[in-house]
Design a protein around this ligand. Structure first.
Ligand code: SAH
Ligand code: SF4
Ligand code: F3S
Length: 466
């Protein structure tokens, strides 16, 4: 496999020149930028890069779309619903564009990497004057410059599978930060659009990742989540003697008091070696998101997942043996083409056997261009919906029991936000990433505290600082 191409120093330097050029164009206008992100954490991390570039150009960020001079939607193509929402949002802005034609409306991300959507935007959404795909993100300064200097519509969906290091980034602040360790996906699960819109797997160099982690720790971030579509295949493309378990060990050695999380793991590449590293690294939170998608081997085969339900359960057993308190979450697709009642029963059985702390359940959504989109379907939407609801009910019963078991426990928590209710004014997370509402003296976002769980509900634990 070729080692990943890093965008050259010179190419990046050109973009920094455009950042300055845009800055001098907009400086006197005190411009404001609004961004909205759909989709996964990768997209959120990308938006932070774009906000970083906008910030360097002199834009102030706003949460009010009506007062923005630059509006950006970073889009997701993983399910039809995500696409519909993005189109709906852009459609709703046509009146704003009529009132204030100078407003720039831009669209980027995974939808913008797909020909069919680009054509639709070109034809039916004239209010969009800038569109760029996931591979063109680092070229954003030059693209915006072209719009600002009079080009009517700028579309850039070209680009190779490369890595751009050193782009500015504007994070939200608070306790948590994303840290991308790799991009793209090689797995081609038959239902999934991600490999088509994100390109092939490419890993950042370990020293770049470590450098960014050190910066994040120095900036006071306490929970850093390593991101990739399949972090377990980290390093395979680097030609160095390093895999994801090695990377975890290396990052665990960075001084400071923080939790490291990671997502997403793919069961076919998750190994005892990884769980050993997790267990040994004290900063790696004992929490695992390991999507299994279906409990039926036949469906897994047709999804091209390359593991069986039995292999999945073995992995979980090993992880629990090494880390008895580990919290587990997973993704499940209900209603994959050809899923029978028997297949679905196996998914339910796996859920009941493993007893996850958290599940993300999705109704299958056909994505054009993926193999599964042309697979023959059998179940009706009503049948699929009924399965979906059965799964939710089964999971709710498990969660209720698991949550109740926390009653009276003492745990280390990281305060990460403010809560709505007056009684428990802050939110926090357990090491296992469970949501907690907390009360107590002198609470501050970004602080680790010891707390006792006072009561529990299905969605939240309630705790008092000790
Ligand atoms: N790379 C990650 C997740 C990517 S997308 C992984 O492999 O686990 C997040 C989740 O969306 C997937 O785990 C899957 O459950 C769901 N998903 C992906 N494509 C989908 C589709 N076409 N319809 C419904 N759910 C889908
Ligand atoms: Fe999609 Fe599968 Fe890749 Fe995850 S591993 S992004 S589900 S193709
Ligand atoms: Fe969506 Fe793209 Fe992420 S399709 S789930 S935003 S990689």
């Amino acid at each position: 496999m070729p080692t990943p191409v890093t965008v050259s120093e010179q190419q990046l330097q050109t973009q920094f020149t455009y950042i300055d050029a845009v800055a001098s164009l907009v400086r006197d206008k005190r411009p404001r930028a609004y961004t909205h992100t759909f989709g996964c954490q990768q997209n959120e991390a990308d938006t932070e890069r774009i906000r970083g570039m906008l910030h360097e150009m002199g834009y102030e960020m706003t949460d009010d779309v009506n007062e923005a001079d630059f509006i950006l939607f970073n889009t997701c193509a993983v399910r039809e619903h995500a696409e519909d929402r993005a189109f709906g949002n852009i459609g709703a802005l046509s009146h704003l564009k009529k009132q204030r034609p100078e407003v720039i409306i831009a669209l980027c991300g995974c939808m913008a990497q797909q020909e069919k959507n680009v054509e639709k935007i070109k034809k039916s959404y004239p209010q969009v004057s800038l569109l760029f795909g996931t591979h063109a993100l680092w070229r954003f300064p030059s693209l915006l410059y072209r719009v600002l200097t009079g080009e009517k519509r700028v579309f850039d969906i070209g680009g190779a599978d490369d890595i751009a290091e050193g782009l500015p980034v504007l994070r939200k602040g608070g306790a948590k930060a994303w840290l991308s360790i790799m991009y793209g996906c090689n797995n081609f699960c038959t239902y999934c659009i991600v490999p088509y819109v994100r390109g092939r797997e490419r890993s950042r160099r370990p020293e770049e990742i470590e450098k960014e982690l050190r910066e994040l720790v120095a900036a006071g971030y306490k929970e850093i989540t390593l991101l990739g579509q399949n972090v377990n295949s980290y390093g395979k493309d680097l030609g160095l003697d390093i895999d994801f378990a090695d990377l975890l060990r290396r990052l665990n050695a960075v001084p400071g008091d923080f939790w490291l999380r990671f997502m997403t793991s793919h069961p076919k590449d998750a190994s005892p070696r990884l769980f050993d590293a997790m267990a040994e690294c004290e900063k790696v939170a004992k929490q695992l998101h390991l999507p299994f998608q279906s409990g039926s081997d036949e469906i897994l085969r047709r999804m091209n997942r390359r593991y069986t339900a039995a292999e999945y359960k073995q992995l979980i057993a090993y992880a629990r043996e090494k880390m008895p308190d580990i919290t587990l979450s997973s993704d499940i697709i209900v209603g994959f083409p050809g899923e029978t009642e028997e297949d679905f029963a196996q998914t339910l059985a796996l859920v009941r056997e493993v007893r996850f702390d958290l599940l993300f359940t999705f109704l299958y959504s056909p994505r054009s261009g993926t193999p599964a989109a042309s697979y023959e379907d059998n179940a009706t939407p009503a049948e699929k919906q009924a399965r979906f609801e059965r799964l939710l009910r089964a999971q709710d019963e498990i969660v209720a029991e698991r949550q109740a078991a926390y009653q009276g426990k003492r745990l280390r928590l990281l305060i990460d936000g403010t809560a709505k209710g007056p009684d428990y004014p802050f939110t926090a997370r357990t090491e296992g990433n469970l949501l907690v509402c907390v009360r107590g003296e002198n609470l501050r976002i970004g602080e680790f505290i010891e707390a006792e769980i006072e009561k529990t509900t299905l969605r939240c634990l309630f705790a008092r600082k000790m």
